[in-house]
Design a protein around this ligand. Structure first.
Ligand SMILES: [Zn+2]
Length: 376
């Protein structure tokens, strides 16, 4: 197995790309969807079950892990992979996004951010240097540069000021990361919905040089149209031979649109979070299993799905366990949702390889337009 971090592009179709990221902990097929394991677990799933859905890589949250159980404790216990029993690649975010969303509880300076824990109110500090140290202690394979993401709506001047601070922090992140063969550091492009700022940010990042590049500051409430507007040009500002990661996206149609526009990696809590609230994502759109129309339905959630939930259980059973608030309800629906997302990614990768992405996307939208339930 390779001891280096590398990215090989194997095919393109229009703006879309497919390829393989190689790391010492295994390969990541792109476009890739990364399930979120916020606090050292993808909620309601065993790691082997997450792997069985087809996930090559997980995301862990620096902010949550630094507060509890702390990065130092994870390091003493052998690192995050061993701690949570996931031996394949892990990407950790920098903590910046969560800290910035604390609003009243934080103090931002050129040096970094001081904030109070949402758990017990204790005082903490994050800076590019401390974020790199925490992500190293966790043993993350893909480390994210520490950045600031301004809360929207923000003026263009505020977005520009914030972006330039993030670019200075990107350079400090690169210096603090040091030389770590087999591990990668990704820079994060900012600049809101302003093309010139996105271009300036991309130029600053590529001058520093990173193993991959994230498109940050999207999926923060600007809406799909505005997000696709930025994705129509922003990936083109980044080096072709490095992975491009769209942070915090998204719904299945967001993912398809992002992949069409040249995004290689994405993450989102949506499939796991909605699995715990009774929302299922299927080829025919979103299903609320708590709805009374499923009460007597012997059919699976999705006839075409091969996940253990759909192979074994009826809509009627799922409806029952959700109404009865049984733990297995969250487990089954999370499993299905993650399986559906990974199936979608596999379909996208195959379609790009075969040069038939347009037909695949047309079918994706047509099936959703047909809607969920056919007559029994
Ligand atoms: Zn299923």
């Amino acid at each position: 197995m390779t001891q280096r971090f590398s990215f090989e592009l194997t095919a393109t179709d229009g703006g879309a790309r497919t390829g393989v990221i190689s790391t010492p902990r295994g390969e990541i097929r792109t476009p890739a969807f990364m399930p979120v394991g916020t606090a050292g677990t993808v909620k309601a799933m065993l790691p082997e079950s997450v792997r069985a859905t087809g996930a090559d890589i997980l995301l862990g949250n620096t902010y949550h892990l630094m507060l509890r159980p702390t990065a130092e404790r994870v390091a003493r216990l052998g690192g995050l992979h061993r701690f949570m029993n996931w031996e394949r690649p892990i990407l950790t975010d920098s903590g910046g996004f969560q800290v910035m969303s604390l609003a009243d509880l934080r103090k931002l300076t050129e040096e970094g951010v001081t904030f109070r824990s949402h758990i017990d109110g204790s005082k903490h500090h994050l800076s590019p240097e401390r974020s790199m140290e925490i992500q190293r202690l966790l043993g993350s394979d893909i480390v994210m540069a520490f950045d600031e993401c301004p809360a929207l709506p923000a003026s263009e001047a505020a977005v520009a000021t914030s972006m330039r601070l993030s670019m200075r922090w990107a350079e400090r992140s690169r210096d603090a990361f040091g030389d770590r063969p087999g591990h990668a550091l990704f820079g994060i492009m900012q600049g809101g919905v302003t093309r010139e700022l996105r271009e300036e940010s991309a130029e600053a990042l590529t001058a520093i040089g990173f193993e991959g590049y994230a498109i940050g500051g999207l999926a923060v409430g600007e809406g799909q149209e505005a997000m696709f507007g930025v994705l129509d040009y922003a990936p083109g500002f980044l080096p072709e031979d490095r992975p491009r990661y769209l942070m915090g996206v998204g719904k299945p149609d967001d993912i398809v649109g992002a992949v069409e526009r040249g995004v290689d990696m994405m993450d989102c809590v949506l499939p796991s979070r909605s699995g715990r609230t009774g929302q299922a994502w299927t080829r025919r759109g979103q299903v609320n299993i708590k709805n009374a129309r499923h009460m007597d339905d012997p059919r699976p959630l999705d006839e075409a799905c091969t996940c253990p939930c759909c192979r074994t259980y009826s809509r009627a059973y799922l409806h029952h366990v959700f109404r009865a608030q049984e733990i297995i309800a969250s487990m089954l629906l999370t499993w299905h949702n993650l399986h559906y997302y990974q199936d979608l990614m596999q379909g996208l990768r195959a379609a790009i390889s075969d040069g038939r992405l347009a037909a695949f996307v047309a079918q994706f939208h047509a099936q959703r337009a047909e809607g969920d339930i056919e007559p029994l």
